[in-house]
Unconditional design. Structure first.
Length: 140
């Protein structure tokens, strides 16, 4: 059911088959309540970064709903298509965790980055112990 809800958005990753497969696998591995939260949110989106040299970044998000809900959007970098699988899965799960937590804390964890890491780890996606990259920031 989760893939049916996001099939058009996942089609946007067609030119990056490794990343498309990883997003699909992580999305399917999320706990049912998390999947349901995303399915029930009409403003939730999964998309790729869009950068145009000389123009900058472009990202279209839905306006907040009348009920006050804000839109949530997981934006992934194209570079993840060529990153190691464990690292890619971790980044994707970490970003889904941010969306689920609405960029807030989790339990006693108030730092939003630590909270997203902890939640992603609880789903089975731990930050890789060894970083094959000199600078993590270049990947996200």
């Amino acid at each position: 059911m989760i893939l049916a809800r996001f099939s058009k958005q996942l089609d946007g990753f067609a030119d990056l088959p490794c990343l498309q497969a990883r997003v699909t696998a992580v999305l399917q591995a999320l706990p049912a309540p998390v999947q349901q939260d995303f399915i029930e949110d009409p403003s939730f989106r999964i998309t790729l970064e869009e950068f145009t040299p000389g123009k900058g970044w472009t990202l279209f998000m839905e306006c907040p709903a009348a009920c006050g809900m804000v839109s949530r959007c997981v934006v992934l970098r194209r570079k993840l298509n060529d990153a190691p699988e464990a690292f890619t899965d971790y980044i994707i799960a970490h970003e889904f965790a941010h969306a689920f937590l609405r960029n807030g804390g989790w339990g006693q964890i108030t730092d939003i980055e630590d909270a997203a890491d902890a939640l992603a780890a609880s789903w089975g996606f731990r930050r890789p112990a060894t970083n094959p990259f000199v600078n993590l920031r270049r990947w996200w």
